[in-house]
Design a protein around this ligand. Sequence first.
Ligand SMILES: Cc1cc2nc3c(=O)[nH]c(=O)nc-3n(C[C@H](O)[C@H](O)[C@H](O)COP(=O)(O)O)c2cc1C
Length: 199
Amino acid sequence: MEFQEVVRRRRMVRNYDPSRPVPDAVVDRLLANALRAPSAGFSQGWAFLVLSTPEERDRFWAATVPESDEADSWLRDMRNAPLLIVPLSHKQAYLDRYAEPDKGWTDRDESRWPAPYWDIDTGMASLLILLDAVDQGLGACFFGIQPDRIERFRSEFGVPADHHPIGAISIGHPAPDRRSPSLRRGRRGAEDVVHRGQW
Ligand SMILES: Cc1cc2nc3c(=O)[nH]c(=O)nc-3n(C[C@H](O)[C@H](O)[C@H](O)COP(=O)(O)O)c2cc1C
């Protein structure tokens, strides 16, 4: 697919055809593309938890969604996704990488960082997954994990304490879904957000 078409077609898909799994080769390509993302100092302080069996996905939803939200139709549809990829950022990998001689931040002081590059880079890798999903004829949605559920998620899947799930990505063959009410806000135009030469 032409790049402009991939960008134009990408939208968060919140319902999937549960009868159509995502082939292993497709999953492998999504992950291979994620690993092509840029990263500060080439730190690559990211990891990806792939959940593709019904049992694995059930454990994800049970760990991350409070029972009070289970009747939610949004969640019912999202649970149809045959594939979940949880991108995790690893801050310590950045602090260690930048303590190396060519960078020299041996104090590992976080205040040196203008922005949390560990989360940014993992987000860039996530965007590559979202775009490649479109290119491979699939739909995907990046969504958050509630902060008070992160510990439970970690212990359910044996995730090390220094790896932080920045969210989760559902992936599959799109089925009819309800568009997000947030879209009523409308897309902000260049005249509103782009400042050329001077703010
Ligand atoms: C960091 C981030 C977190 C998001 N969290 C959620 C979420 O928890 N649930 C959800 O349904 N959509 C979530 N979204 C999707 C946004 O609602 C969506 O990107 C936005 O409304 C624009 O729609 P579009 O991506 O379909 O163009 C998230 C998107 C981003 C980038």
